[in-house]
Design a protein around this ligand. Structure first.
Ligand code: ADP
Ligand code: MN
Length: 252
């Protein structure tokens, strides 16, 4: 009908605009039509109004700066590759998660579930009092969240800052790991690279792979997280030990 035709026309114009946008030249040939449609839906729903430069181009996802509310607010848009080469590992992380029981095993289903999982994990972490970017919306393989930092000046990772007080930073991270664990989650890829520093506070990011404590590998993941975090803070001169950290996090 007429409305559907108008929508199709709007969509192809929007897609053309996205494709033509200078900032999007980089890697967007990798965006398939369904990804454009997802972004278009996010625009229609008012979660995104313009897309800016990429903050990060990773193996599984690209993260872009974007504007929302007609430029009033900055957001970060994480676009997962539907053709992510690591989808087999993704599936292993999803298996055993009661929230994703009965998931189809194909690539597309896995990546879409992964994106929803990151959104759900952000929410759960936030509810547990862990500082994370505020999750705003999820559509297919695209996640919209609060931008930490400012336009053209995204927040640095813990790896990239000079810590005035590593002791306090460690105590905070340790507390966030405990809150996460008590909320039934293990991050699974925690290190100085997935902790951002913004306005004097440490934020946990990249929670797509975070598993519930029921997962068969949850304990191994937690041990690895503890080692990564302890090693980083030990290099900053803090008297830490991975086993002590593990005990602190899991203390009933
Ligand atoms: P990856 O799986 O590619 O590591 P991340 O979620 O860690 O994905 O994001 C990659 C990088 O993008 C981060 O290291 C960080 O620099 C930046 N980033 C991600 N989310 C945000 C955000 N909400 N605000 C600001 N920067 C972000
Ligand atoms: Mn990361």
């Amino acid at each position: 009908d007429r409305i559907a035709r108008k929508r199709d026309r709007e969509f192809s114009e929007f897609r053309k605009r996205l494709k033509d946008a200078d900032q999007l030249k980089l890697d967007d040939s990798a965006f398939d039509d369904a990804t454009y449609a997802a972004i278009y839906k996010l625009v229609q729903d008012g979660h995104v109004s313009a897309i800016g430069r990429p903050i990060s181009t990773g193996k599984e996802a690209n993260v872009y700066e974007a504007a929302a509310d007609g430029g009033e607010r900055d957001v970060a848009m994480k676009v997962y590759r539907v053709n992510a080469s690591s989808f087999r590992q993704m599936r292993d992380y999803l298996e055993g998660d009661p929230r994703f029981e009965g998931l189809r095993g194909d690539k597309k289903a896995v990546v879409l579930a992964w994106t929803r999982k990151e959104y759900a994990n952000l929410k759960r972490a936030q509810d547990a009092g862990v500082p994370v970017p505020d999750p705003i919306a999820v559509q297919r393989n695209v996640l919209v969240m609060e931008l930490l930092g400012e336009e053209d000046d995204a927040a640095p990772t813990l790896h990239d800052v000079h810590l005035e007080n590593p002791e306090t930073a460690y105590e905070n991270v340790r507390e966030y790991m405990r809150r996460l664990f008590r909320a039934g989650l293990v991050h699974g890829d925690l290190s100085e690279y997935n902790l951002l520093v913004w306005e004097g506070e440490i934020f946990v990011i990249d929670v797509g792979q975070a598993v519930t404590v029921h997962h068969g590998n949850a304990d191994d993941f937690l041990e690895r997280d503890c080692r990564n975090v302890a090693n980083f803070f030990a290099r900053q001169g803090v008297d830490v030990d991975a086993d002590d950290l593990y005990d602190y996090v899991t203390e009933p």
